[in-house]
Every structure is written in C-alpha cells, then in structure tokens.
Design a protein around this ligand. Structure first.
Ligand code: NAD
Length: 289
C-alpha cells in the first residue's frame, strides 16, 4: 500500500490563504490582529519556538511584540506584565512560552491571562468550553490536527480514533475534539502511561494520534493495515553523531502499512503556528461582534 504523506506545510499554506480576507476585513476596520509573546529566560528551544511564531506574524503583516524577561523574574513581576497585556488593546492574543523557570508557578500565570486573549487555549475557562462542546479558543496543536485531517479529506465520522497521550495541550483536547459531533463524531479511545496492553488499543485505530513524547516509539507492530497516522512528537535525538528531530512514530517502519501519515518535521508542527495565527485573528474578530 502507498502511504500518503499529509503535509502540514501544504495544509498551513491553505489556511494562511484563507486568512487573507479575514485579516484584510479587520484592517479595513483599523484593527491589526496583535500577539504579545512573553519569553522568560534563555531556553534555546523556547527561543526558536517564539522566533518562529513571531516571524510568521511579521510576515503576514500582523502586530507582534516580544516581551523578554530575565530568568530570575519574580512571579509577581510576571503577573504584573500579564495584567498590563490583558488591558492593552493592541494585543488580541497573549502567548506565554513554556516552560517557565521552576520558582514560578506556571498555572498561576497561565490562569491570569484574560481568557478572551488566551489564544493558546490553555485557560480553564477555554478548556471547559471545549469540553462542553462550545469551543472558543482551541489549543493550537489539536486544532491543527483537525485542520490537516479535513484538508486531506480524512473523514472522522464514525471512525475509531485512538490517541496516545493525555496532556492538557495535546492528547486530552484532541480526544475531546474528535469525539464532538460537529467536529469529528468519532469513537475515541484515550491511552496513556497507565494503559495496559497499548497495542491492543492502537491496533484497532482507524486514525492513530501519537502524542506521547517518546522518540519513534510507535512502529508497524502497533498499527493495523490502512490506518491513518498523526505523529505529534517532536524529539531531538543523536543519530550517527548528528542531532536530528524525530516524531513519536517510527516513520520508516510504518511506510507501506499505513494509508497516510503526517511527517516529522513539516507535519503537525507548522499547523500549530498556523493555528496560533488563526486564534489571534479569531480573537480580534470576536471583539468586533
Ligand atoms: P506530555 O509529556 O505532557 O504528555 C505525554 C503523555 O503521553 C502523557 O499523558 C503520558 O501518560 C503519555 N505517555 C508517555 N509514555 C507513554 C507510553 N509509553 N504509553 C502510553 N502513553 C504514554 O507531552 P505533550 O506535551 O503532550 O507532547 C507530546 C509530544 O508532542 C512531545 O514529543 C512534544 O514535543 C510534542 N509536541 C508537538 C507539538 C507540535 O507542534 N508538533 C506541540 C506540542 C507537543
């Protein structure tokens, strides 16, 4: 069987194209969607993530400001910046790049973000709205996964979706989204580190979403013939003395057995950034209504 490669890069280009009219409409009303990105410390991976996100906003003519804070910033100072950004009308979205230094309680800071500017969708109010089927801001990675599947006409209706991983940013929200009648209408199994006999479940998946953070963990023995595979993992590994990024799926091993597969890189990753843009545009639109 040929395994179709579901390019997140191609899907993200389609999304950016569809955003052009929405952005122009807002600009006609003198509104430029704006993102405030908050970066604490000098974590090299966080630097790259934030740079990629702000570069994308710049390239689309959207407003973006990076607020850099020292590694030793106090929780109080950070909370004070979030309050300022909450009331600053230039910013429709606030991105707090994680992880934060250990002396700061991340939950306190995330929960201080105005839920109407929470474009990452991590605030309990937005998580609650999603879980009752009335989403406002959907976390970017799960939202991006749904977009890729729709873009490539992969129908979720009545299918068995198996998710590996139950984090609040990927596994749990994608399990909710795929189960919602209006979005996926799939039957969903959520597997995690406490699951006994993972293969028993993963081999039943019509669509398998791997978000466990373990390099190339899922190989051909975990899937059934013809499954669609979504590889969320981003893991840096050393191979032959070189550093490289691999997913949670052993991509080579599943080629020929899976019907389709999101690659790593250029799969789910580009969609995550694209959805941050979409959520920020949405936030500006919600202000208009
Ligand atoms: P996490 O560490 O918060 O959660 C991992 C989950 O996997 C946990 O719920 C755990 O129970 C489960 N798990 C771990 N080992 C398991 C095993 N052997 N069997 C079954 N379940 C197991 O991770 P996360 O933040 O959800 O991220 C998951 C992966 O996705 C990471 O590689 C991360 O880098 C990547 N990620 C990618 C994007 C993107 O834009 N592509 C965005 C977010 C996260």
């Amino acid at each position: 069987m040929d395994t179709a490669i579901l390019s997140g890069l191609d899907a993200s280009k389609a999304l950016y194209k569809s955003l052009e009219d929405r952005i122009n409409y807002l600009k006609d009303k003198n509104i430029t969607p704006g993102l405030a990105a908050v970066l604490v410390g000098n974590n090299p991976a966080s630097e790259i993530y934030v740079r990629n996100k702000t570069k994308k906003f710049d390239s689309l003519g959207l407003k973006t400001n990076l607020f850099r804070l020292d590694e030793n910033v106090s929780e109080k100072e950070l909370l004070s910046l979030i309050q300022d950004l909450n009331s600053n009308n230039d910013f429709h979205g606030i991105l707090l790049q994680l992880p934060l230094p250990k002396h700061v309680n991340s939950e306190n800071v995330l929960n201080a973000i105005d839920p109407t500017k929470d474009v990452d969708g991590f605030h309990p109010e937005n998580a609650g709205l999603l879980s009752i089927g009335k989403p406002r801001f959907i976390p970017c990675t799960p939202k991006g996964i749904i977009y890729i599947l729709k873009h490539f006409n992969i129908d979720l209706n009545g299918k068995h979706v198996v998710v590996i991983g139950r984090s609040n940013i990927v596994g749990r929200p994608i399990s909710i989204l795929t189960s919602l009648k209006k979005i996926g209408n799939a039957t969903v199994t959520l597997c995690h580190s406490g699951t006994k006999d993972l293969k028993f479940f993963s081999k039943q998946a019509d669509i398998l979403i791997a978000a466990l953070g373990s390099p190339e963990f899922v190989d051909a023995s975990y899937i059934k013939e013809g499954a669609c595979l979504v590889d969320v993992g981003i893991n840096r590994v050393e191979r032959n003395g070189k550093s490289k990024i691999v997913g949670d799926i052993d991509q080579e091993s599943v080629l020929g057995k899976a019907s389709s597969l999101t690659p790593v890189p250029k799969g789910v990753g580009p969609m995550t950034i694209a959805m941050l843009v979409e959520n920020t545009v949405l936030s500006a639109e919600l202000l208009l209504n």
